[in-house]
Write a protein that binds this ligand. Structure first.
Ligand SMILES: [Fe+2]
Length: 260
């Protein structure tokens, strides 16, 4: 049967990617399900037709606009810095980050048609990138947290972990994080790579602030005693192997503590 997809958020890019997320409620574990583009006979979860119409996001409330839009940004960010992404994805990912930084605040505060159009395009483009690229610790930690706490929206879990994971990753690929800072609208002319890379983290924190996204696990009701389990389970996710800096369970626990 042909698969026809119709996105109603500007977020996951699921309408165009070859992946799905399935939750094992017994193990409280979310898993990525799907296959790479060149799977023989596949991609089974690839749509034959995507009907991408930003008008369908016009009634999306601000909170969901912010969380899903931030998710699109995180896809581009993780795809861009991932250890296994081909160079082809890089300009695509940088453009997504530019679009989100420029238009998500307006989509959140005013919900204008124009900002919704740009966000829908950004999310769709990020979804295309996902098919070719890897993810990383942000999605590992956020998916595990979402499996254990299904009431936390994916985009909010993503936002909470993003600054600490960027802080952790930026020293292995400072040049890439400097480019992220620029894509997010920072003037990093004349700055060292390291200083520019730090600016990327500040830019994301400011964007989260502007979007009123939660900034701590505590604020969304995660128990501090669950952090070791979150770190352990994150090591079992498919995304963690793509992180640009090889992470141990101890590293992930540190990141989770910093995000608490
Ligand atoms: Fe996501």
């Amino acid at each position: 049967m042909p698969l026809v997809t119709v996105p109603t958020t500007a977020g996951t890019g699921s309408e165009v990617d070859y992946w799905s997320v399935i939750t094992d409620e017994e193990r409280e574990f979310k898993m990525a399900l799907g296959q790479p583009p060149l799977t023989p006979g596949g991609p089974y979860l690839g749509a034959s037709v995507s009907l991408v119409d930003p008008a369908l996001t016009e009634s999306l409330p601000p909170r969901q606009t912010a969380a899903t839009g931030f998710d699109a940004l995180s896809h581009a960010l993780e795809n861009y810095v991932s250890a296994v992404s081909p160079p082809l994805v890089e300009p695509l990912a940088l453009h997504v980050m530019e679009l989100v930084a420029e238009h998500l605040p307006t989509a959140y505060h005013e919900g204008t048609t124009e900002s919704r159009e740009h966000m829908m395009f950004a999310a769709h483009l990020a979804g295309m990138g996902e098919n070719l690229a890897g993810f990383g610790a942000i999605h590992s930690l956020a998916e595990v947290t979402g499996g254990m706490y299904p009431e936390i929206p994916h985009g909010e879990a993503i936002a909470i972990y993003t600054p600490a994971v960027m802080e952790y990753n930026r020293e292995v690929v400072p040049g890439k994080f400097a480019a992220v800072a620029e894509a997010l609208g920072r003037d990093v002319e004349g700055r060292s790579e390291e200083a520019a890379a730090k600016e990327a983290v500040r830019a994301v924190e400011e964007l989260m602030d502007e979007l009123d996204l939660p900034t701590s696990l505590e604020a969304v009701g995660v128990a501090e005693s669950d952090l070791p389990e979150i770190a352990e389970k994150s090591m079992e996710t498919s995304e963690i192997g793509d992180n640009p800096r090889e992470a141990t369970a101890e590293d992930l626990l540190e990141i989770a503590r910093a995000s608490y």
